[in-house]
Design a binder for this molecule. Structure first.
Ligand code: HEM
Length: 180
């Protein structure tokens, strides 16, 4: 019969208690805390119109998105080809043989490679085929705001618009400028 060392037994019990305590007191995994006003988690795929419109379209969302780092694209030198409003309207994605254009402050950006975002039925189609500067500045997806006159924007909205402009300038080619 082996002798039981009382010290070893005590140490084992104490160790078991410590390990048990550590395991049991481990906090349950919690979802990341929600900060008030923070945007909902970005969907993996392009957001659909219904998804976007069911969410609060707060300025925080657009502010956050407008400063997101746009990957530097291989861009052609900006063109100043005059583009009429009617010509711009043709490039709203409905005709798949035509490019998709979005104009900001008169500059026409070619967003054709993001058809899944700007094409018909997509969340940002409201900006396609027009100069939607006011809507971008207002962080609004409402078609009635998607107009070129941005003179009514306040300072913060003007800043948001400029952030969108530089966001687009980093990733899309400028194919011309809108002429009346
Ligand atoms: C809860 C609401 C919203 C969510 C979850 C959301 C989500 C997103 C996501 C995930 C992207 C793609 C980012 C990337 O490609 O790096 C994006 C881009 C964009 N969002 Fe939103 N958005 C929301 C509301 C809005 C609103 C209100 C506007 C109105 C101005 C807006 C305008 C844009 C624009 C212009 C882009 C750039 C698309 C591109 O050319 O890549 N979004 N958004």
């Amino acid at each position: 019969m082996p002798t039981v060392d009382p010290v070893a037994v005590t140490v084992s019990i104490v160790l078991a208690l410590i390990i048990g305590y550590i395991l049991l007191s481990k906090p349950p995994t919690r979802a990341a805390p929600k900060r008030a006003g923070s945007p909902p988690p970005a969907p993996k795929e392009a957001p659909t119109k219904s998804k976007l419109l069911s969410q609060p379209s707060g300025a925080a969302v657009a502010a956050q998105m407008s400063v997101m780092s746009a990957p530097a694209a291989d861009l052609a030198p900006p063109k100043s080809t005059p583009i009429s409003v009617a010509e711009l309207a043709q490039c709203d994605g409905k005709d798949a043989s035509k490019p998709i254009w979005v104009a900001i402050k008169g500059k026409v950006y070619d967003v054709t490679n993001k058809r899944e975002m700007y094409g018909p039925g997509a969340g940002y189609n409201v900006f396609a085929g027009k100069d939607a500067s006011r809507g971008l500045g207002m962080s609004s997806l409402d078609p009635k705001d998607a107009v070129s006159d941005y003179s009514t924007l306040n300072e913060a909205q003007m800043k948001t618009l400029d952030q969108w402009d530089s966001f687009f300038a980093k990733r899309y080619n400028i194919v011309g400028k809108v002429v009346p």
